[in-house]
Ligand binder design. Structure first.
Ligand code: C2G
Length: 452
């Protein structure tokens, strides 16, 4: 009996896949098909896969062509499988020609002509081409546009910005550049809001009232009540509003949270997160200050994310200690927030006028998790114990700081699949902290000695 083995994602199964499977089967008597696991696909940069592993396995099974179906989970598994199953032939489409020649050491390698004119990515793009607009001036816009190009099914068609330099940098990427928000909204299905946080409430509300889905760079607004109102408006209209904190979509970070929640370090007693990025800010330039994000809005949502995800959004007491660079615009150079819970505590430090070690440490009754700087876009973390021989290290490739995954998640939510990684209650809790900061609730102002 001649055993043939082949591998693929088999997303949105189409006739190109089926013809490959038929010809693979014809090479021998017994066909083993390896379907790629979600994680493996993400690791190898395939972030747009629409169907779950089980849906893809079932689709391959229903063709009736495969004699056996296995799951491909890690790099190098093909060698293990060829040995394990005694495969005589490895085959794959000609788009991979040359890529698997190394397998000739273990079995015969055959590249079959790829079927022209059909591909899963084309099907994905045709399926749900979402027209996306952007409003705002943040430097993140360039990164966001670049990352969106990795996502099938979304196209950034326009930008509404008052920042002329930003517009010129993205001019060749989008067809519509305007300072007329209504005009932008009339041209899109959804909008990414990255305007100044003081504008978020009005920009989001305007979008929702025009029946547009919204992805908003956190915080959603600077008031808890306004954020609640926006979510209820989105629900009423059957629209998606999600809070964009790209760290939440980073594979390593999200796996770390799952391990922490799963009891790997025992009961979590303390969460300590620091996010700083030293920026040259001219505090006397009040016009500029009114347009740039201060420390608490730039870094607060990210630094608070692990605290709220691990300790919850209902703290017993919160204290904000801040060092202002300019009081008129509430521009904080450095802010430290301590949150007390029943049996646990958190400390968050953020700063655009101060440099510190951007690490995340989660302390537990059995051990602790250490995420090195810059933890908010990490690919690596450690779980450490008293007995160092039990320490574990984890690495998950992260392409694009989580932004492309965030966009994929937004698309899926619009297609009514799954729930937002950032819950509404977490998003509201972030707005509560912003509100307390701006209203001076439990806020201690350090005397910075500056005249401001
Ligand atoms: N295929 C084809 N014609 C197409 C599309 C795909 O012959 N129009 C073939 C591919 O060459 C591959 C199989 O169908 O052999 C599955 O394709 P994909 O699901 O796109 O998966 P891919 O990432 O190409 O899988 O490690 C090997 C990879 O897993 C191959």
């Amino acid at each position: 009996m001649i055993k043939v083995i082949t591998y693929g994602t088999y997303d949105l199964l189409h006739y190109g896949h089926i013809k490959l499977l038929e010809r693979a089967k014809a090479l021998g008597d017994y066909l083993i098909v390896g379907v790629t696991a979600d994680d493996f696909d993400r690791t190898r940069g395939k972030i747009n896969v629409q169907q779950s592993l089980m849906e893809r396995v079932e689709a391959v099974r229903q063709t009736g062509i495969a004699d056996e179906i296995i799951v491909e989970e890690y790099e190098g598994q093909k060698i293990d499988d060829i040995k394990k199953y005694g495969a005589d032939i490895f085959t794959v489409g000609s788009d991979w020609k040359g890529h698997f020649d190394y397998l000739n050491e273990f079995c015969k390698v055959v590249y079959l002509d790829r079927t022209q004119g059909i591909s899963s990515s084309e099907l994905r793009a045709a399926k749900n081409e979402l027209r996306l607009g952007i409003i705002g001036e943040s430097p993140i816009i360039k990164k966001f546009i670049r990352e969106s190009e990795f996502v099938n099914g979304v196209k950034i068609v326009g930008i509404c910005s008052s920042n002329k330099s930003c517009e010129s940098e993205v001019a060749e990427k989008v067809s519509l550049i305007t300072d007329d928000y209504d005009l932008l909204l009339d041209s899109v299905d959804a909008v990414y809001v990255v305007s100044h946080p003081s504008r978020h409430y009005s920009d989001i509300r305007t979008s929702l009232l025009k029946e547009k889905h919204v992805l908003c760079e956190s915080p959603i607004s600077l008031s808890m009540e306004e954020t609640k109102e926006l979510y209820s408006l989105a629900h009423k209209k059957g629209l998606i509003l999600i809070d964009a904190v790209k760290t939440a979509y980073s594979t390593a970070y999200s796996r770390m949270i799952l391990l922490a929640k799963g009891g790997k370090i025992g009961e979590i007693v303390s969460v300590d997160s620091t996010c700083t990025s030293l920026r040259n800010v001219d505090y006397s330039n009040t016009d500029q200050l009114g347009k740039v994000w201060n420390s608490i809005t730039s870094w607060g949502p990210t630094a608070l994310l692990p605290v709220f995800q691990l300790l919850g959004v209902e703290n017993k007491f919160m204290r904000i200690i801040t060092r202002m660079g300019n009081k008129i615009h509430s521009y904080d150079e450095f802010t430290k927030i301590t949150l007390e819970y029943q049996g646990s505590v958190a400390s968050v430090k953020v700063g655009k006028g101060v440099k510190s070690e951007g690490e995340l440490i989660i302390s537990g009754t059995k051990g602790y998790i250490y995420v090195p700087a810059p933890w908010w876009k990490t690919e690596y973390f450690e779980i450490r114990y008293e007995n160092e021989s039990e320490n574990k290290r984890y690495f998950y490739q992260l392409d694009g700081e989580g932004i492309r995954n965030e966009i994929v998640s937004f698309l899926r939510l619009i297609e009514h699949k799954g729930a937002s990684i950032i819950s509404e209650s977490l998003s509201i809790a972030i707005s509560q902290v912003m509100e307390d900061f701006y209203n001076g609730n439990n806020v201690v102002n350090l005397v910075s000695g500056k005249d401001n």
